[in-house]
Design a protein around this ligand. Structure first.
Ligand code: PLP
Length: 364
């Protein structure tokens, strides 16, 4: 090919599937004979209506979203959802339960605390967010407005393997930003799922929210419209100008996922990539040390450490020379982090593993 592509381990925004980028390039100036880019077209046009409706239909098919759920394509990132879900789903005077397993669920909690009553059911901070709660540690409030958790902690690399079991009637609310579409999910177990698109689903600028319809009845009166799930859901995400181009690219990613064989096929590939990297860590004799406990390990984000910051800096520098980029850990944990999102080829994971072994031989 005539262009350079690096092995991209960024945590987000991150790598997109190459066929998606090529198709976007081919359609850039003239989207399907319209003589316009999707960026230039009215969000009320029949062409854009088809784009957003097809994206929703493909998402519904991939995730098996039941009919009694609404799908929204919103702006403001997953970070806006931290506040918005609390404003919409927690009636005045009610309390919500939070499971805190890492930096992102902690941030979600902090936002909700500003706006009302919360209860922390589990907090892994004292153990540096290296593990998930045991079922017996989760004593939920049967009257909680909802239970919030983060399916995959992008910074600490801990990922739930199954949903926490909540009391009957309490909706489960989940930040799925960094493992959304990486594996099958039983949507019917959730009241609300949200995910910033910029890891597995598409470019930054669009946030996907899936909500069970009956929860829309909880939305308080006199909400600002842009924060009102009811308005946004009932307008089909077209109350105002949506992030049209980001939705279009997300639609292409969803087609790519369907062509690949859907979420079961994607999950197999993601497991293969992550097992390869974890094996390299485990077989390094302590040269590389994973942050998360083995049973909590994420298939998407793998934070790991080395003996010194000097060595870690050298690792990042030499990796970059070998076109392995985005391996520096988040500033709050330090060290290294390999993010292995859907679009990352198996060959890139293999290239990382080979680099890790080679680096250890040269500097170990
Ligand atoms: N939640 C998780 C799990 C994340 O990984 C991120 C970003 O990396 C966020 C929330 C914040 O998302 P955004 O930047 O879209 O607000």
């Amino acid at each position: 090919s005539t262009y350079k592509r690096v092995h991209n381990f960024n945590a987000g925004p991150s790598i997109l599937p190459e066929p998606v980028l090529l198709q976007a390039q081919a359609e850039m100036l003239d989207y399907q004979g319209t003589g316009m880019s999707v960026m230039e077209m009215s969000h009320r046009s029949k062409e854009f209506e088809a784009i957003i409706q097809t994206a929703e239909a493909d998402l519904r098919e991939l995730l098996g979203i039941p009919q009694n759920y609404k799908v929204m394509f919103l702006q403001g990132g997953a970070s806006l959802q931290f506040a918005m879900l609390a404003m919409n789903l927690r009636p005045a005077g009610a309390s919500a339960d939070y499971i805190v397993t890492g930096a992102w669920s902690r941030t979600a909690l902090k936002e909700a605390q500003k706006l009302g009553t919360t209860r922390v059911v589990f907090n892994g901070e004292g153990e540096n967010f290296t593990r998930l709660p045991e079922p017996a540690e989760l004593q939920f409030d049967p009257n909680a407005a909802y239970v919030h958790f983060c399916h995959n902690e992008t910074i600490h690399g801990v990922e739930f393997k199954s949903e926490p079991v909540v009391p009957e009637g309490v909706p489960l609310v989940c930040d799925m930003s960094s493992d959304f579409l990486s594996q099958p999910v039983d949507v019917s177990k959730y009241g609300l799922i949200y995910a910033g698109a910029q890891k597995n689903a598409g470019p930054a600028g669009v946030t996907i929210v899936i909500i069970r319809e009956d929860l829309l009845a909880r939305v308080p009166e006199k909400m600002p419209v842009m924060l009102d799930y009811k308005v946004l859901a009932e307008s089909g995400s077209l109350h105002n100008t949506p992030p049209c181009y980001a939705i279009y690219i997300t639609g292409l990613v969803l087609k790519w996922l369907k062509n690949l064989g859907g979420l079961n096929a994607m999950y197999e590939i993601n497991r293969e990539k992550s097992e390869m990297v974890y094996r390299a860590i485990d077989e390094s004799g302590g040269y590389y040390r994973g942050h998360a406990r083995p049973e909590a390990r994420s298939i998407m984000n793998i934070p790991f450490r080395m003996a010194s910051e000097e060595l870690e800096d050298l690792f990042v520098k030499e990796a970059k020379k070998a076109d392995l980029i985005g391996l520096k850990g988040h500033r709050s944990v330090g060290g290294l982090r390999a993010s292995l999102y859907n679009a990352l080829p198996v060959a890139s994971a293999r290239a990382l593993v080979e680099f890790m072994k080679d680096f250890q031989q040269r500097h170990g």
